[in-house]
Design a protein around this ligand. Structure first.
Ligand SMILES: O=P(O)(O)OC[C@H]1O[C@H](OP(=O)(O)OP(=O)(O)O)[C@H](O)[C@@H]1O
Ligand SMILES: O=c1cc[nH]c(=O)[nH]1
Ligand SMILES: [Mg+2]
Length: 212
């Protein structure tokens, strides 16, 4: 598994504002959207393209277009929804599939409560969106699900990751040669006793959409 921490002053600036407990929901949603666009630029560095030629008003020019089948973007509900627009702004022709997952806050185990994805993901490049990679249980289950359906390349785009979560995902897929990448704005210090990322930014879903 490859991990890329996007080192850029604009990313750091927006992430700092996102962490601030005084940031309200509308601002949190806007900052998430802006941050994802910056992360998506790095996350799509290996997006597959096909060589094509177009005619300019002067002459033929060689270039590329996104290869088919188009990439599949998979936000993990609920918090991952806050990242969808920022990602599809860069990949407007991508298809979007949905995975609804929630972590049981007493056992910290992830449960899947909704799936809406193509059955056959053979040959698909997938981009999983979830702001928080904490224990890694949610992301590991999501990646497993996509590979079981035939995906051959998965990139996860996160806002924050914990070292424990990165180690867990790495461990789960150790010994396989499945291409997995995690792109994140930062790797924080640790998890606390409740499985929250410290210093983190709190509960991303609640900060985006309110406490339910
Ligand atoms: O790495 P893990 O320990 O599995 O935790 C991370 C998960 O927790 C959060 O979702 P949550 O379960 O709070 O659902 P929500 O998006 O509906 O708030 C977050 O968005 C991840 O999906
Ligand atoms: O820090 C954390 C951990 C899990 N889920 C969140 O939203 N935040
Ligand atoms: Mg939540």
């Amino acid at each position: 598994m490859d991990t890329l921490v996007v080192d850029h002053p604009l990313v750091a600036h927006k992430l700092t504002a996102l962490r601030d407990e005084r940031t309200d929901s509308p601002t949190f949603r806007r900052l998430t959207d802006e941050l994802v666009t910056l992360l998506a630029y790095e996350a799509t560095r290996d997006v597959r393209v096909t060589d094509i030629t177009v005619n300019t008003p002067l002459a033929p020019a060689r270039g590329v277009r996104l290869a088919r089948p188009s990439p599949l973007v998979v936000p993990i509900l609920r918090a991952g929804l806050g990242m969808l627009d920022g990602m599809t702004r860069l990949l407007p022709t991508a298809e979007v599939g949905f995975l609804g997952m929630i972590r049981d806050e007493s056992t910290l185990k992830a449960q899947t409560y909704a799936t809406r994805l193509p059955d056959d993901l053979s040959g698909r490049q997938c981009y999983v969106l979830d702001p928080m990679l904490a224990t890694g249980g949610t992301l590991a289950a999501a990646i497993k699900y996509l590979f079981e359906r035939g995906a051959d390349d998965v990139t996860a785009v996160c806002l924050l990751a914990a070292p424990e979560g990165l180690a867990r995902v790495e461990e789960e897929f150790k010994g396989t040669d499945l291409p997995i990448r995690v792109v994140t704005a930062a790797v924080d210090e640790r998890l606390n006793e409740h499985g929250y990322i410290v210093p983190g930014l709190g509960d991303a879903g609640d900060r985006l959409y309110g406490v339910v």
